[in-house]
Design a protein around this ligand. Structure first.
Ligand SMILES: [Zn+2]
Ligand SMILES: [Zn+2]
Length: 358
């Protein structure tokens, strides 16, 4: 049986665009103990491949983190595959709010050491002693009270396009930087009520336990993350305390929450919130680019990159040898490069690891 994709990405993307079936974008995660992650992974792959599901799914000894697109016609069949595994019992599934169904173009299920690349030693603190889970409505009213500290647990390129009003948003690239910086920043405010949030809630599970271990007395987290908040705000017709767009780690790159565009094109400064990766594959920088600059620079982050993109293969080989990263080890555009220069964390996190977002 074939348990991996063998077709190249470009062909798969073309197929996805041409596809006429309707897909639903969903996400879910759960922490539980898995004896044999590889076997579980293979079972899921054959179940989900058979009903044409796409997505990026991580399986680890500590559980599963899944972001998927499921054909609407196979949705019941998909729910039946979940029912085959008792560990999925009553698992909360989050549905995308802004969904064109083109979120993923293939099925990738990977076994990894951890669900979130947090760089933390799980044996050094009680990972089950998590913060208080707040519903979207509870979180909504608490963030309005400025006696409390609101912390965005995501990376800077995520919070650049959208965030809760008043939130602390450290300029970091990875979750492990984030958690260290936040703990240090709030070292003298351990008695205040802390309100954590992330995309879908999974990062806050670890972050809240970590903060509690470090003496924070009143740690709370948004249950279901911004994804759930956006849905509830719509349903209840409340005015959103989250402004801008919720960055998501799939082909859509984001879902608008309140319709506002709060960020700018990194090349011309025009109002824009569309992320893309530089088309020069040697660079691949994640940055924001408006449609006009996309034409002018051929979807590259600079004219240098445009030249490299258009260079011949032997030329590229030479360039590859001489390439230095524009923003240190960061793979995303950074407003203050200084911070990168001085930090010691962003060393070994691969682009793939950074896609843990959730
Ligand atoms: Zn521009
Ligand atoms: Zn570039």
């Amino acid at each position: 049986m074939r348990l991996y994709n063998t077709i190249n990405s470009e062909d798969l993307k073309v197929r996805l665009i041409a596809e006429t079936i309707v897909r639903k974008t969903i996400s879910f995660y759960r922490y539980f103990i898995l004896e044999n992650p590889q076997e579980f992974r293979d079972q899921l792959y054959s179940e989900w491949e058979a009903i044409n599901c796409f997505g990026r799914i991580y399986v680890a000894r500590e559980g599963i983190n899944a972001q998927m697109s499921v054909p609407e016609e196979n949705f019941d069949a998909f729910m039946k595959t979940l029912a085959k595994f008792p560990i999925f019992d009553q698992i909360p599934i989050k549905y995308a709010i802004e969904d064109n169904g083109k979120s993923f173009y293939k099925l990738a299920i990977k076994v990894r050491p951890k669900l979130v690349a947090d760089g933390l030693d799980d044996d050094s603190f009680d990972v089950t002693n998590v913060g208080n889970h707040l519903s979207a409505v509870e979180f909504h009213s608490l963030v309005e009270d400025d006696r409390h500290v609101v912390v965005d647990m995501r990376n800077h390129y995520e919070s650049e396009v959208g965030y809760f009003k008043g939130a602390i948003r450290p300029e970091v690239d990875t979750f492990r930087e984030e958690i260290t910086v936040v703990t240090e920043m709030l070292a003298d405010q351990k008695d205040r009520k802390v309100l954590l949030y992330c995309t879908g809630g999974i990062r806050c599970e670890k972050a809240s336990a970590y903060l509690k271990h470090h003496g924070f007395s009143d740690v709370n987290q948004l249950h279901g993350g911004i994804l759930e908040y956006a849905r509830q705000i719509k349903r209840l017709n409340l005015e959103s305390n989250f402004i801008g767009k919720n960055f998501v780690f799939d082909e859509r790159m984001g879902e608008s929450v309140n319709g506002e565009v709060i960020s700018h094109c990194h090349q011309c400064g025009k109002s824009c919130d569309v992320h893309l990766n530089c088309a020069n594959e040697l660079c691949h920088l994640l940055f924001i680019q408006c449609p006009e600059c996309a034409v002018k620079f051929e979807k590259c982050c600079s004219s240098d990159c445009r030249d490299v993109k258009n260079a011949s293969e032997p030329e590229k080989k030479l360039i590859r040898l001489n390439t230095e990263r524009k923003f240190g080890n960061s793979k995303a555009y950074r407003k203050s490069y200084l911070l990168v220069k001085n930090n010691t964390f962003a060393d070994s996190i691969s682009a793939e690891e950074q896609k843990t977002g959730f």
